[in-house]
Design a protein around this ligand. Structure first.
Ligand SMILES: C[S@@+](CC[C@H](N)C(=O)[O-])C[C@H]1O[C@@H](n2cnc3c(N)ncnc32)[C@H](O)[C@@H]1O
Length: 149
């Protein structure tokens, strides 16, 4: 996998190029980013290869994790973990994550999103960001970015 094969930008929505500009998450170089429900890892790769972030993708589907590892596992600063998002978050030391993402990810599917949100808040450092995309309709997606106080 070369840089040219990595997506040009973080894709927040089902419409390529739509959604917040890349800079909305600030300078990610050397920052710890956690994606909850990373799928095949396309956005993880962007964050590691184009933004210099230290990324961890978490997904509970072994096929997705295998695919992400196959595609992007050799990129520096990128790891993929097979785990349930909530269980993984419980293992993360408090206040150590700079950015937590759920792009059509775990927060869209968890039966208890409030508990998962609380675990995200615990993992994030003060000032850290949580970026979430959800399907708001058949053709519309909503992106929400929250700052941890
Ligand atoms: C629709 S895909 C989105 C993948 C990726 N974020 C993207 O935008 O392409 C949702 C992913 O979240 C994963 N997922 C859903 N709930 C999860 C959970 N509780 N823990 C870990 N992964 C989860 C699924 O296995 C799936 O790969």
């Amino acid at each position: 996998m070369t840089l040219a094969q990595v997506r040009a930008r973080l894709e927040w929505t089902r419409q390529p190029g739509a959604g917040p500009p890349p800079g909305i998450l600030g300078d990610l170089s050397g920052r710890a980013v956690l994606e909850l429900g990373c799928g095949s890892g396309h956005n993880l790769a962007v964050l590691a290869a184009r933004h210099g972030a230290i990324v961890t993708g978490v997904d509970h589907d072994p096929a997705k994790v295998a695919r992400a590892a196959e595609l992007y596992g050799r990129l520096p600063r990128l790891q993929v973990v097979r785990a349930d998002a909530g269980a993984y978050l419980a293992t993360v030391p408090a206040g150590t994550v700079d950015v937590c993402l759920s792009i059509f990810g775990a927060l869209s599917f968890d039966p208890d999103p409030a508990a998962l949100l609380a675990r995200c808040a615990r993992a994030l450092r003060p000032g850290g960001l949580l970026g979430v995309t959800i399907r708001a309709g058949d053709e519309h997606d909503a992106v929400v970015i929250l700052a941890r106080r």
